[in-house]
Design a protein. Structure first.
Length: 141
């Protein structure tokens, strides 16, 4: 490609100069498709159950051993996210967000019905009524 600089034309190759002196052509980024949440086969970890119930209000009961200030504490809020070692809750009344470590988790309660999905061999134990979510989970099998 030629770019004009004042009265001069200069040949400017497009791409990146390699140590060998040759140019590597520019690469066109590929469009990434969003991947739906998929549960691992025959695994029902707490984080998977929490992910299926993202957006629902939960009450999380935790015990902090050897803590004089907070030997146990109850957190109530909307599940924003969950990982293997943490839960993120947001308290709708205060706007506070909590990152809670699973190591301190005792149990979790919900005021309403929860989504649950657990594949056992060729059978699936579930109460999910949303057909889109259920087909996505079944398709991951």
């Amino acid at each position: 490609m030629y770019q004009q600089y004042g009265d001069y034309r200069q040949n400017v190759p497009q791409g990146f100069l390699q140590p060998s002196g040759s140019y590597l052509p520019p690469q066109v980024p590929q469009q990434v498709q969003p991947v739906p949440f998929v549960l691992p086969r025959e695994e029902s970890y707490i984080e998977n159950i929490l992910r299926l119930n993202k957006g629902k209000v939960a009450t999380v009961y935790m015990t902090f051993e050897n803590s004089k200030e907070w030997p146990s504490k109850i957190f109530k809020g909307v599940i924003e996210a969950a990982g293997r070692d943490h839960i993120i809750l947001s308290d709708q009344t205060t706007g506070m967000r909590y990152v809670l470590l699973m190591v301190y988790l005792d149990f979790i309660t919900f005021d309403n019905e929860i989504n649950y999905y657990y594949p056992i061999g060729n059978e699936i134990v579930t109460n999910i009524q949303d057909p889109v979510l259920l087909n996505t989970l079944k398709g991951a099998q």
